[in-house]
Write a protein that binds this ligand. Structure first.
Ligand code: NAD
Ligand code: 89V
Length: 338
């Protein structure tokens, strides 16, 4: 399976490492408008075919799928180029700038019959996946309450300076992952209400968001996110869980400790491995990159739809839009409004 990658920035390095770890996959071409980044990635990963222009790379062809690792502003034109070139696509989150673009991108790829997966990797973190498997397996009966929580004071702006510049920050960049975990655990959402705050005066967007979700399954979940939380030990980038069900409770505590109290009690260490190319504390996210990319390849081979297909991700992206609308208008928002 031959792939091409567009966007050789901060995060793409993880994706390139992960592609190298997957049997039968080779990245044959890379693209970046920034010459220094293109050269650095090409040298590091031994990829000779390098393009400054994505249109030129698509015109030359020679690959089966494209991995779009650029920031959100370029996602729609690049997905449309991929549709015209009739290749399978994996695209980073946030998928689009707005719902209209997101729907158009899903339709463009659907018309080709190719696969479109959004790189929504947090639900693939091994600790989170252990919790999802336990809930789906009925370990605590039918869940009726969940708290999905990400609170940190980690400096994300040094690696990703653009995060300080946007008028939208934590819901669009990080909350999107945490909302997606809530969907993976409890299913689709009917209504959401949200409040936001900006604590850090050096950034433009909100760095605290608290969201209340009513799921179609009857579960109520609280999704809370903060980059203004000074805690020791720092838990970046862990998502913590607290779930009540008709037959017990599940907790994913700091330090990757999973406790399931049902008919019996089980406490497990679900810490992710530190892959040879990974570094703490990012190893949790880095392992999930490998797992989601393996899932993409498995789906291409079997013909199954990826868990976070473009179509599926419309429902996570709609939660982001609905949360901002709710916070701006100080009201609860039905997802059917979007
Ligand atoms: P970045 O700015 O460091 O890198 C993006 C690169 O894309 C830059 O080198 C830029 O020159 C290049 N680029 C932009 N438009 C292009 C175009 N049209 N053609 C060719 N090259 C182009 O950004 P980043 O921090 O690596 O983030 C990239 C994406 O990954 C973002 O959408 C971000 O939200 C996402 N991200 C995801 C995770 C995750 O865990 N899933 C983690 C971090 C970042
Ligand atoms: O996963 C992400 O999208 C990253 C981070 C974890 C730093 O928020 O931007």
């Amino acid at each position: 399976m031959r792939g091409a990658l567009i966007g050789c920035g901060f995060f793409a390095r993880n994706q390139l490492h992960a592609w190298r770890d997957i049997d039968g996959v080779e990245i044959v071409a890379i693209c970046d408008q920034d010459e220094a980044r293109l050269t650095e990635a090409g040298e590091l990963f031994g990829i000779a075919r390098r393009h400054a222009d994505a249109a030129e790379m698509f015109a030359e062809g020679g690959f089966d799928f494209v991995d779009i690792a650029t920031t959100v502003g370029s996602h729609r034109p690049l997905v449309e180029m991929a549709a015209a070139a009739q290749v399978d696509v994996i695209c980073q989150k946030p998928f689009a700038l707005n719902m209209g673009d997101a729907r158009a991108m899903v339709e463009a790829i659907a018309a080709t019959g190719k696969t479109l997966m959004v790189h929504e990797n947090f639900r693939w973190q091994s600790a989170v996946r252990a919790a999802i498997d336990a809930i789906r397996g009925g370990a605590i009966g039918d869940p009726f309450f969940g708290r999905v929580s990400f609170r940190s004071g980690y400096d994300v702006f040094s690696g990703q300076p653009y995060l300080a510049e946007g008028t939208r920050f934590i819901i669009e960049d990080l909350g999107i992952h945490i909302l997606d975990i809530s969907r993976a655990l409890f299913g689709d959402v009917d209504r959401i209400s949200a409040t936001t705050r900006r604590i850090n005066p050096a950034i433009k967007g909100e760095d605290v968001a608290t969201m209340l979700l009513s799921h179609g399954s009857g579960v109520t979940s609280v999704v809370d996110c903060s980059y203004a939380t000074q805690r020791r030990p720092e838990t970046f980038p862990e998502t913590l869980l607290e779930i009540d069900g008709t037959g017990g409770t599940l907790r994913l505590d700091a330090g990757y400790r999973l406790t399931v109290q049902g008919a019996t009690e089980a406490v497990r260490d679900v810490a992710p491995p530190v892959l040879p190319w990974a570094e703490q504390p990012w190893h949790n996210i880095q392992e999930s990159v490998l797992l989601i990319q393996k899932h993409f390849v498995d789906c291409l081979r079997s013909g199954a739809a990826p868990e976070t297909s473009g179509q599926d991700n419309l429902r996570t992206f709609a939660l982001v839009e609905a949360a901002y609308l709710s916070a701006a208008e100080r009201r609860s928002v039905a997802l059917s409004e979007l």
